[in-house]
Design a protein. Structure first.
Lengths: 327, 327
């Protein structure tokens, strides 16, 4: 058994190869480029952890972990096109560097390569792995569409605003299910029964929600010295977050009017004033409680998994790392 | 056994359903839209024909034929974004109607649904079907990239121009392999041996080349009354075709200079003058010979397939239809 850090190292060594043919280089250089700009490889490592929760690592799990990371990078390339983002991890996005048409195609071919990596596994698990992978890929696309739909809605009036439940559903689809499925497919390949797979999936899904709440919290209330970048980025870019969605649900008419005005104009004191409304609505305390709720949900499902508790230690460390991080 | 027309009807009846969930409708309406604007369904019908060449139709073949048509529509949505095309079959393209971001995502989710349809087949054929599907999908992406690369090259000087061999390779990747693989996968599911599969693939590949030559020929030299639209569209849009590539290879320096000027400006007599150079270079006769060569290659491989010749009749009819059509 290995820690998250050890598995990261093992995966990175295997993943750090040329994944594509040499030609046409106009296509494959663009695809390989994004794989080279780093990333925490959280999803493939969770896949390996899911396997190790129940058994020694099945060599097939590396193929599926690779597919998961390729799929993730496919979504990054296409999301960046849709969001017209110029930078990712401080580097030019694929479409900024290679043009939109090539970026689109590089994403497409990366998705096909994800499936080809899945197709390397032994046939006994193939159908189940594909079923979970397809379900999850579909949900991630749906989540991205809902995110774009929500971004277009104004929140001036209560009717037009996005409810907490709708927002949560979007986050689950866009973010959490990929973490959940990465864990589950690893356990599947490790030979886990369906009951354990179910609890592991729910652990990952709830952990994913708590992770996203912490992400939103840090962006607003993080310690700039520890956070590594200026806080308030989500407010500046008018991004809908757990904090904003909740504030709009509990705010007074006056506060809602102020928020609407603040988000419609780019005043120099926008961040400061929005944060003040967040604080007046106690959204910082609410966010911590929300995070704690989903963390407890996650740990409940981890508890239910019928393996020796020593095997669960890396999962507990992962939860700790993802949820209590300050950056 | 059925004719191409009968199989078209059978497939259309099966395919004419709602392929996606109801929500989020902002995503799935865009995906379903393109499936409703028609199309000849050539690839899935070729898949069914490949099966019937060797055996009664395996129910799994319908799933794979559906996957093939979904894959084809995925490429149409994304190609139209890359080409910034406003219309397809006289209707608004998906991105023109629903926006680029949604169109991109509708293409993505359609590709995932293609794989999910493949995943409905019995497991014995799954790995081989996926392998062929992935290889072909990759080649289609490569062909599209090469097509875009070629479109950016000037042809003023011999060095910058695209050679016939490079152009042919692009056409094979972008167009022919999908036809070839559709036939092969049908035969595979019908239980054909590898030798027959190989010849059927080569039949489809060569037929695809001949088909493309005829396409280019008709656009330049077709009878406008029969062609159904004005000829010269490829010339107006500066599209590289078999005719243009060959002309540039055989033209005199003076003819090459004229062509370069004609393609750099949009004179009202551009089509007429380009066609005159084509005729001076005897490119019409050359194109007919080229088409005949690939048709003969195709028929040679059809001949080599070890099944009763009566079974090959629909394939012969298909060749006739695709190659001697006047529109």
């Amino acid at each position: 058994m290995h820690s998250f850090q050890e598995l990261s190292k093992i995966f990175e060594d295997k993943f750090n190869i040329q994944h594509f043919p040499a030609q046409p280089d106009t296509l494959y250089n663009a695809a390989q480029y994004i794989l080279g700009i780093g990333g925490k490889r959280i999803r493939p490592v969770m896949c390996l952890m899911g396997n190790e929760l129940v058994n020694d690592i099945n060599p097939d799990t590396y193929h599926v972990a690779t597919a998961i990371e390729l799929f993730h990078n496919f979504t990054l390339i296409h999301d960046d096109i849709m969001d017209k983002a110029p930078l990712r991890r401080g580097m030019e996005t694929v479409h900024a560097k290679f043009g939109e048409a090539t970026a689109l195609l590089a994403g497409d071919v990366m998705l096909v390569y994800a499936y080809e990596n899945i197709n390397k596994i032994k046939v006994d698990h193939l159908q189940k792995v594909l079923k979970l992978f397809n379900k999850t890929a579909t949900q991630v696309c749906e989540g991205q569409q809902l995110d774009m739909d929500f971004a277009q809605r104004s929140f001036g009036d209560k009717e037009g605003s996005v409810s907490f439940d709708a927002y949560l559903n979007m986050i689950v689809l866009k973010t959490s299910v990929a973490l959940a499925a990465s864990l589950q497919v690893g356990a599947m390949l490790g030979g886990s029964g369906e009951g354990n797979q179910h609890h592991l999936y729910e652990f990952g899904k709830n952990l994913g929600i708590a992770f996203q709440v912490q992400d939103d919290y840090l962006d607003a209330f993080g310690d700039p010295d520890k956070f590594g970048k200026q806080t308030g980025g989500d407010i500046i870019s008018n991004k809908k977050t757990f904090l904003l969605i909740h504030t709009l649900e509990v705010a007074s008419v006056a506060q809602r009017t102020s928020l609407t005005k603040l988000f419609e104009n780019d005043n120099p004191d926008k961040v400061e004033k929005v944060l003040q409304i967040y604080k007046d609505c106690h959204v910082d305390q609410w966010a911590n409680k929300l995070k704690e709720k989903y963390l407890q949900n996650a740990l409940f499902h981890l508890e239910e998994i019928a393996v020796l508790s020593a095997r669960k230690k890396p999962m507990e460390e992962l939860s700790e790392y993802l949820i209590n991080r300050e950056k």
